[in-house]
Design a binder for this molecule. Structure first.
Ligand code: PEP
Length: 247
């Protein structure tokens, strides 16, 4: 399976930062065996798509409805039209700050796949769930409910323990691999053979210094990177770590 590293800029960056990132990325050696995706805020999508690099374009969210009178929203079809290949849905920040439910995440994922893109469906437990020993059950339920009606083709699952996002406290490779193995089992139960081919990527304080040990794990197919993706060199180092053994 090709490695997948996705940069989630969240609500950071500027026109200058986006241009600079693309310039820097273009000056670094290309990374073999890995798809590198940049998800900037919406206004900067057009800057990236116009640049000639091997970076793929992605978005951080999309609207639940297909189209219509929804002021301020951006549809999956529009994102595809702008050249996006991936869209993140169900990020824990969207779930906690905007109250997004599993059912809404599933509808958005269906729109994304119907528009010909890949849905990166985020799931992950809170610290209290893990401390209570309920993390596997919580993640399994979230996974099943967030994937209702979503086809295996055009799907990536991102396991992001909430306690590891933006905290500097990454899951250990054992914790991450343990949960990825559970997710793989659930995907195979839901999709049969096709479940074995759905990429499962890890997110939560991934940095150049800890990426390699995570990518050594059998069921970790890449990473969703927040803070460390704002710097082109750091993101490139993470992508390079993911390419080891894939060429
Ligand atoms: C994220 O936003 O998806 C994320 C994993 O952030 P960070 O890498 O900063 O923890």
């Amino acid at each position: 399976m090709v490695g997948l590293v996705i940069a989630n800029w969240k609500m950071h960056g500027s026109r200058a930062a986006a241009t600079d990132f693309v310039d820097q990325w273009g000056s670094l050696p290309s990374v073999e065996g890995v798809e590198a995706v940049l998800c900037p805020p919406y206004p900067y999508l057009a800057l990236i798509v116009g640049a000639t690099t091997d970076l793929m374009l992605g978005a951080q969210n999309c609207a639940e409805p297909a189209e219509g009178a929804y002021t301020g929203e951006v549809s999956a079809k529009m994102l595809a039209d702008m050249g996006c290949r991936y869209v993140i849905v169900g990020h824990s920040e969207r779930r906690s700050f905007y109250g997004e439910t599993d059912a809404q995440v599933a509808t958005k994922a269906q729109r994304i796949v119907s528009a010909g893109m890949t849905a990166v469906v985020c799931i992950g437990e809170a610290l209290a769930d893990r401390e209570a020993g309920a993390h596997e059950a919580v993640v399994s339920t979230q996974l099943q409910c967030s994937l209702q009606g979503v086809s295996a083709e055009g799907l990536v699952v991102a396991y992001e323990p909430v306690w590891a996002i933006g905290t500097g406290q990454t899951a250990t490779p054992q914790q991450a691999e343990g949960m990825h193995a559970v997710i793989r089992t659930r995907l195979c139960e839901q999709y049969g053979e096709a479940g074995g081919g759905i990429p499962i990527i890890y997110g939560g304080s991934v940095k150049p210094g800890n990426a390699a040990e995570l990518f050594c794990c059998n069921n970790i197919d890449g990473a969703l990177v927040g803070g460390a993706s704002l710097d082109a060199k750091s993101f490139w180092q993470i992508a390079s770590a993911s390419s080891v053994g894939r060429t």
